[in-house]
Write a protein that binds this ligand. Structure first.
Ligand code: DX5
Ligand code: ZN
Length: 215
């Protein structure tokens, strides 16, 4: 069964506590929280004060996806705000190994995210250090975009790398995940499905989460 991580970016920000309760009462495993800085990505989302309040009432694992430059400056603050997982982008980390160690030393699971143009082979020498690889299946910055089909090849390659080396690393797929393509994504080897619009814009988000889990 897939791990399902609804992305709060697509939630109703005027009723965040209702949205959090909905997630708590669903079969969701993780709550995915997208932080954007308007520099690494051409959009700004929410940050520490929102995550602090959300994590206080959410009973699920808080899976924070940092789409920001210089993530090392904020790792400790995200831990204090309640992050259980902290994922940084490969493309912004000049000292990725150090950044991953920092996150783990702070007591969080450490993830590395790769953009659609970044080959999975680039992770060869960091894969054994991380808990999560987040494969972006759209260009980061916005919810509601279309899934890039070539991502399936990347997931298969990554699954092979992980299995060959007998590692315990989650493959998380983020962007454009729908009820129609979720099975292909898990069949390709993904463990975790992030879904924003598919969940929060559906008529029955709790049922949609259950459907994603059972695919
Ligand atoms: C995009 C974010 C995603 C986004 C996914 O940059 O990283 O997590 O919320 O939204 P959907 O599922 O609507 O494509
Ligand atoms: Zn994300």
């Amino acid at each position: 069964m897939a791990i399902v991580a609804p992305s709060l970016l697509a939630a109703d920000f005027l009723h965040l506590s209702n949205e959090c309760t909905l997630v708590n009462n669903s079969q969701a495993d993780w709550l995915h929280l997208d932080v954007m800085d308007g520099r690494f990505v051409p959009n700004i989302s929410f940050g520490l004060p929102v995550i602090e309040q959300v994590s206080a009432i959410v009973t699920k694992v808080c899976d924070v996806h940092l789409m920001i430059e210089e993530p090392e400056k904020y790792a400790e603050a995200f831990k204090k705000a309640g992050a259980d997982h902290l994922t940084v982008h490969f493309e912004v980390c000049r000292n990725l190994h150090r950044n991953i160690q920092q996150i783990k030393e702070l007591g969080m699971k450490a993830g590395v995210a790769i953009n659609p143009h970044t080959p999975v082979a680039a992770l060869q020498d960091i894969l054994h250090e991380v808990d999560i690889v987040l494969v972006m299946s759209v260009n980061p910055g916005f919810g509601g975009q279309k899934f890039i089909p070539h991502t399936l090849v990347k997931i298969q390659e990554l699954r092979k790398m992980i299995n060959e080396r007998n590692l315990q690393v989650y493959i998380e797929v983020d962007g454009g995940v729908t009820l129609a393509n979720a099975k292909q994504i898990t069949d390709a080897g993904a463990d975790v499905l992030v879904a924003g619009n598919t969940v929060f814009k559906s008529a029955d988000p709790v049922a949609t989460i259950a459907a994603l889990k059972s695919l």
